[in-house]
Design a protein around this ligand. Structure first.
Ligand code: IPD
Ligand code: CA
Length: 268
């Protein structure tokens, strides 16, 4: 039987692959956005580079750790023979990438027996690398992250995001309209992974969204938790995720739940 992998070593691998994948997508952008297709709706885009980058990650992971599983946004699931599964988003913030807005990222998480133990989120346009392994603290490069210390939800800068299907997006807009009057302000940065890392760093105070997939948040929520933030993960992958400074996260979750219409069918 294989020895249980060391989370710090898994973090190192995630960082190394994230940096190399980040270089690939930044340097290959002009060519990589020539071929753009759509997925769940006309506004849900996937570029040739999303697919090429995920193929790169899969190949590198299989070479480094044969038998590990990989769950990615573009190529789906490859089952694990080792108890280790990598959850990857080759480009989180694909619409930003397409338009040349610098807030996009590569997200790589390592899960052992169903628990995320290590992760890296790389923002190629600034060479910023957010990373963590369980019990080891959270960092941007070599700077330890501890989030922010807002006094209340009312004084919190809150980020969120929207899905690609119009019905859900209208519901998310309706919820945002309710919340907007109860917070300092709202940011829609365009990459869930970066939103959550920015909360870990204290660039914003909190973040929420529903309808995400694990590849959007698996690495970043570990980084946030290791930075000392409160992470309220959804029971079901596409339920409500709330991440924030401990002083405000549960109050924000409560505020959101007060305004979520049961008819929207937001899962737990
Ligand atoms: C999206 C981004 C966005 C969030 C969406 C995600 P993608 O991921 O993270 O910020 O609001 O829900 O789907 O499509 O750019 O990989
Ligand atoms: Ca994504």
């Amino acid at each position: 039987m294989n020895a249980r992998p060391d989370p710090a070593a898994m973090r190192d691998l995630a960082v190394d692959l994230g940096i190399r994948a980040g270089r690939l997508i930044r340097e290959g952008r002009t060519e990589g956005i020539r071929d753009v297709q759509t997925k769940t709706s006309d506004v849900d885009v996937v570029t040739a580079m999303d697919k090429a980058c995920e193929s790169f990650l899969i190949a590198e992971l299989q070479a480094a750790r044969p038998g590990d599983g990989v769950y990615g946004e573009e190529h789906g699931e490859r089952s694990s023979e080792t108890g280790v599964r990598w959850i990857v988003d080759p480009i989180d913030g694909t619409v930003n990438y397409l338009y040349g807005i610098p807030d996009y990222a590569v997200s790589i998480a390592c899960e052992i027996d169903g628990v995320v133990v290590a992760g890296a989120v790389v923002r190629p346009e600034s060479d910023e690398v957010y990373h963590a392994y369980v019990g080891g603290g959270a960092f941007r490069d070599d700077v330890a992250l501890h989030g922010s210390t807002p006094q209340s939800v009312a004084l919190s800068l809150v980020a969120t995001g929207f899905g690609y299907v119009a019905t859900r997006r209208r519901q998310q807009g309706a919820l945002l309209a309710k919340v907007l009057g109860s917070v300092r302000d709202i940011r829609r940065i365009g990459s869930a992974a970066l939103d959550i890392c920015y909360a870990a760093e204290g660039r914003i105070d909190a973040y929420y969204e529903w309808g995400l997939h694990a590849w959007d948040f698996a690495a970043a929520t570990l980084i946030a938790a290791e930075a000392g933030l409160t992470v309220r993960s959804p029971v079901h992958e596409d339920g409500l995720l709330v991440v924030g400074a401990p002083a405000v996260a549960d109050d924000l979750a409560q505020l959101l739940r007060t305004h979520i219409d049961p008819a929207w069918g937001v899962p737990d």
